[in-house]
Design a protein around this ligand. Structure first.
Ligand code: FDA
Length: 399
């Protein structure tokens, strides 16, 4: 329906990413007139590149404890009403083949395109209008309606849903739009920082470990606050990455060190003493190469400035200290690679401002925030998409 040049609709959703597409399909399915806007030329760009092009779309083990937020309870309602099983049922309905890779992580067998096409088909079937390449120039509120001036025309809606995501990967079209709108309407936005992001190392550490860039090792990484993850660590030419590092980065604060257990399989701190007893002629490098990748053993010993001597030349205290250091190696990153490579943004629209049931602003009627723009951030492994699906779905029920 149009009024002069202005199009009147029930709902405008800004951001045709994971949360926006889910919300649009659900809201239109209820019979509402829905326009979904995006400045990009393609919907769901992050979905397309996610999971190495295969989209880790959810996780068998989704639970609120896998989410970071100033209010850890906020995510519970939406996650319990639209669960991983609901999304899996949708994927099954569209006959998309998928598999569990590891730790409950579900990936498409073929391509992330399957997920985007599924969401687009749901939107089309429900009658949601998707308008791409559209810049939102101004948003105002009067007479209980939102007026939007956009590069493709004027819109007026009773309800406005912000699904513009976080700041990570500006190359893919990430902007601070959602945070700006929140502030425009007087909502508090908590400080943001890059999450699920590789660490950069201090110059000396970097110089030592870039020699083994591309090598990965099983590890347990622990943050100062005591959170730990047991997954692979990857040495890179900039620093440290791999799932263990990405996970712990969300719990890391500037200036802190993390502790890395390079030998998670070995719990006995006397093991080097035992090795010496078995054969004291073997060098420390040879012994470490039994339990670590050879190049990791070499670089690590160099980094620790430990001479490659036979075990018999180390005393008990030295061997115990070495075993302890391998089990709890402290390293202080110089920083992170930042939003350029981060998978997510921590912080965002303060959940105290929103209803956990509907995602609506408590002070601004008809204004909703869903997905990553909200201060809810999941672990690596399909948790962030599940939050997008669950919050988008929960919001749509209330529109
Ligand atoms: P999302 O970022 O998906 O969508 C926001 C949309 O808003 C975009 O389409 C954007 O163009 C649009 N937009 C932004 N500003 C705008 C403006 N000013 N005007 C108009 N439109 C605007 N998660 C997971 O669970 N499993 C995985 O495998 C991965 N893998 C992964 C890989 C990489 C490389 C990245 C960067 C991220 C992941 N993630 C992930 C995280 C996941 O992609 C992310 O949490 C969700 O896409 C968030 O969904 P949203 O809908 O909130 O934002």
């Amino acid at each position: 329906m149009t009024d002069g040049k202005q199009q009147l609709v029930d709902v405008v959703i800004i951001g045709a990413g994971a949360a926006g597409l889910m919300c649009a399909a659900e809201a239109a399915g209820k019979g509402l007139s829905v326009v979904l806007l995006d400045h990009a030329k393609q919907a769901g760009k992050k979905i397309l590149i996610s999971g190495g092009g295969r989209c880790n779309f959810t996780n068998y083990y989704v639970e609120p404890a896998a989410y970071l937020s100033a209010n850890p309870h906020f995510c519970k309602s939406a996650l319990s009403r639209y669960t991983q099983w609901d999304f899996i049922a949708l994927v099954d309905k569209h006959q998309i083949p998928y598999h569990e890779k590891t730790l409950g992580q579900l990936f498409c067998d073929d391509s992330a395109k399957d997920i985007v096409n599924m969401l687009l088909a749901e939107c089309q079937q429900a009658g949601a209008e998707i308008r791409l390449r559209t810049q939102v120039e101004q948003v105002s509120y009067s007479d209980e309606r939102y007026q939007l001036a956009t590069s493709t025309g004027l819109l007026s809606a009773k309800k406005l849903v912000i699904a513009t995501g976080g700041l990570s990967m500006p190359k893919l079209g990430a902007t601070a739009f959602g945070f700006d709108i929140a502030r425009q309407f007087g909502l508090k936005v908590l400080p943001t920082r890059a999450g699920l992001v590789p660490f950069t190392l201090q110059p000396n550490d970097k110089a030592c470990f870039e020699a083994i860039s591309g090598v990965s090792a099983p590890s347990v990484i622990e943050s100062l606050s005591g959170t730990s993850f047991e997954e692979n660590l990857l040495f890179t030419h900039r620093g440290l990455s791999g799932p263990a590092v990405l996970q712990i980065s969300s719990y890391w604060q500037e200036g802190e060190e993390v502790r890395i257990n390079l030998l998670p399989e070995i719990s006995d701190d006397q093991w080097l003493l035992n090795e010496r007893q078995k054969n004291g002629e073997r060098t420390i490098k040879t012994v470490l190469s039994d339990v670590l990748a050879k190049r990791v053993a070499e670089q690590w010993l160099e980094h620790q400035q430990i001479d490659n001597k036979p075990l018999k030349q180390f005393d008990d205290k030295q061997l115990q200290a070495l075993a302890q250091r391998l089990a709890s190696w402290p390293i202080k990153p110089s920083g992170t690679e930042g939003y350029r490579t981060a998978e997510v943004t921590l912080g965002g629209v303060d959940t105290d401002e929103l209803s956990s049931k509907t995602m609506e602003s408590k002070k601004q009627p008809g204004l909703y925030f869903i997905g990553e723009v909200v201060d809810v951030t999941g672990w690596l492994g399909g948790y962030n998409f599940q939050w997008a699906w669950s919050s988008g779905w929960a919001c749509a029920q209330a529109l």
